[in-house]
Design a protein around this ligand. Structure first.
Ligand code: ACO
Length: 317
């Protein structure tokens, strides 16, 4: 592998929606949501567009990396759905920050950030790019059904941007996709074609318990593969930076890996599940508070619709 992360910065909408706020219009309560998921609050877009959040995160990430916008030679944006289906969110970002370079979106659901790292590695190792802007950005609030208490309480909105460049930080990276549309999906609406025989409007739908089992199984099995390949054990990892979908999933994984609580950072209480944003957002916070520094050994793991997974071991440079 051939890259390192130079900077990571987040941007979240201003409005914070608490579990109590949701209980005002849904048959739910703080006790149910926080005990089943660990979530207390989430940030939800009001006036902000997704590209607004991206622009804010990108400006901070570029400044932290100490590069100019014009040094960016590729933009990869991980998103389930940008502000437009076309053009891509990556192109909208280019317009905002006035750069011109190859730019495209990818959708690997919640595993998107690790998928983007893998694509970036391909570009850097072949010399096709030097400074790549990776953005994860999600507006889950426009994808969920706000009358469905089983899904809308779980998600939040936000973005995170990072600059990656040539380096040796990544020691292992593996992607998988099972090929599944049953457990977690968002069917796109059918438009108004006079020829379409059935009509539908999409919302996120999920078989929560099955996704839960898949997530716990895959974190354990994929970590085993990674550790065997690197000839290390879980004890050699400083932090397990896992997709923040449910605190109980993270705790189950921790128990199986027999590791102490402090090695599994959690911030889902403040943001909910922001799909592919959760991992870079957590990295930003861990860099800010000093938990991550040069030499810190990280295990990243995500799972999402598809069913996709991404697993990465890196030593921070
Ligand atoms: N408030 C109150 N009650 C609720 C709520 C709510 N918000 N939602 C569901 N319930 C009720 C159900 O109706 C059900 O009631 P019943 O027993 O009368 O039928 C009861 O609570 C239990 O429902 P379950 O679905 O069995 O609850 P479970 O313990 O499985 O928790 C949850 C649900 C939180 C979704 C859990 O299954 C989960 O987290 N799964 C993983 C989800 C996940 O990781 N998703 C993201 C993956 S990919 C991505 O990030 C996009």
């Amino acid at each position: 592998m051939s890259l390192k992360i130079l900077s990571v910065k987040k941007s979240v909408p201003q409005k914070i929606v608490s579990n109590e706020d949701l209980a005002k219009f849904l048959d739910t309560n703080d006790q149910w949501i926080s005990s089943r998921t660990g979530i207390k609050n989430r940030h939800i877009c009001t006036s902000e567009s997704l590209v607004d959040l991206c622009e804010d995160a990108v400006k901070k990430a570029v400044e932290q990396a100490g590069i100019a916008f014009s040094d960016i030679d590729l933009v990869i944006c991980s998103t389930l759905c940008g502000d437009y289906l076309m053009p891509s969110l990556a192109c909208c970002v280019c317009e905002r920050i006035k750069i011109s370079c190859p730019a495209f979106d990818i959708n690997a659901a919640c595993s998107g950030f690790i998928y983007a790292l893998d694509i970036a590695d391909g570009y850097i190792s072949t010399g096709k790019a030097n400074n790549i802007l990776i953005i994860s950005a999600e507006m889950m609030s426009k994808l969920v059904d706000w009358t469905d208490r089983t899904t809308c309480v779980l998600f939040g909105d936000g973005a995170a941007a990072c600059i990656v460049t040539k380096g040796n930080a990544i020691r292992y990276l593996k992607l998988t996709a099972k090929g599944d549309t049953n457990l977690l999906s968002f069917p796109v609406g059918t438009g108004n074609s006079p020829y379409k025989e059935t009509r539908s409007n999409g919302f996120v739908n999920m078989q929560g318990q099955e996704v839960f089992k898949f997530a716990v199984f895959m974190i354990e099995s994929q970590s085993k593969l990674a550790f065997e390949k690197l000839n290390i054990t879980a004890d050699d990892i400083d932090y397990f930076v896992l997709h923040q979908a449910n605190k109980r999933i993270i705790e189950s994984a921790r128990t199986r890996l027999k590791q102490p609580e402090e090695k599994f950072p959690i911030n889902i209480q403040n943001y909910g599940n922001i799909s592919s944003v959760t991992i870079p957002l957590l990295l930003d916070e861990m860099l800010e508070d000093g938990r991550i520094k040069k030499g810190t050994r990280l295990f990243l793991s995500a799972f999402g619709a598809g069913l996709t997974t991404g697993t990465c071991v890196m030593i921070w440079e």
